[in-house]
Ligand binder design. Structure first.
Ligand code: ADP
Length: 234
């Protein structure tokens, strides 16, 4: 599903690589947590996957798409396979919850009838069906993030990338968001989550990939965050 083979990213010719010959294999339906200190290369990794940035060398294949052979005009096709959620929710402030989610379908020409059918189902998944008519300012941070998740999954991407989605949330709301990500994963979507929250990493008990100085420092199944020997444990 996601394959990186010796991928290097340099932002400038004489700069140190942000990612240095990274190789990774992520299976369909996995839930992977990516951790690492600030500047380690996590965002760069995610930006390569969404094709916001291009690798300097190495191979990236996602859902059968070889990024070396992907013309720019086909990037929208790739982005339909990959939903994204960020720390700042990036909602449209003057549109309701329903309209925010519907917008992701409108821009790709989905019919009004189908939008009316699909959006409530997705709001149900993120537990916001009863808040469809609220404006973003009338929601808590956790609810706003769940709207952003609904918008990211409404076109049924195979992969959901969640980059620090709980960064601005208190623990209770953070767990509501994580629970929704787990539910989406159970429904069959591959989830890539970055977080600085050690508690979340430890309780999730999922595969944890640690990025250190642009390399894979460790890659462990069912991992705890700290103080374990390197290498996959399962
Ligand atoms: P993280 O997400 O783990 O904090 P990043 O991927 O943002 O790490 O950064 C990895 C390295 O690449 C850092 O040294 C950072 O300064 C550098 N970097 C990131 N984006 C750019 C950019 N657009 N131009 C130049 N250097 C960058």
């Amino acid at each position: 599903m996601i394959l990186l083979d010796r991928v290097t990213k340099k932002y400038g010719k004489n700069m140190e690589p942000a990612l240095d010959r990274i190789s990774l294999h992520i299976e369909p339906k996995e839930f992977v947590v990516v951790v690492g200190q600030s500047g380690a290369g996590k965002s760069t990794l995610l930006k390569l996957l969404t094709r916001e940035e291009r690798a300097t060398s190495g191979k990236i294949i996602v859902g059968g798409i070889d990024y070396d052979k992907l013309p720019d005009r086909n990037i929208p096709l790739l982005r339909r396979k990959i939903g994204t959620v960020f720390q700042d929710f990036k909602l449209l402030p003057n549109r309701t919850v329903f309209e925010n989610v519907a917008f992701a379908l409108e821009i790709v020409g989905v019919s009004t009838k189908e939008i009316k059918n699909t959006v409530p189902k997705v709001l149900e998944i993120v537990n916001l069906k009863d808040k469809a008519d609220r404006m973003p300012r009338e929601l808590s941070g956790g609810e706003r993030q769940r709207v952003a998740i609904a918008r990211a999954i409404v076109r049924q991407p195979k992969i959901l990338i969640a980059d620090e989605p709980t960064g601005n949330l208190d623990p209770k709301h953070a767990w509501d968001v994580i629970a929704v990500l787990e539910k989406i994963n159970r429904y069959g979507t591959t989830v890539l989550l970055t977080t600085h929250n050690q508690d979340i990493v430890n309780k999730l008990k999922r595969r944890v990939i640690t990025i250190e100085g642009g390399k894979v420092g460790s890659d462990r199944a069912n991992a705890q965050y700290a103080n374990r020997p390197a290498g996959r444990t399962v």
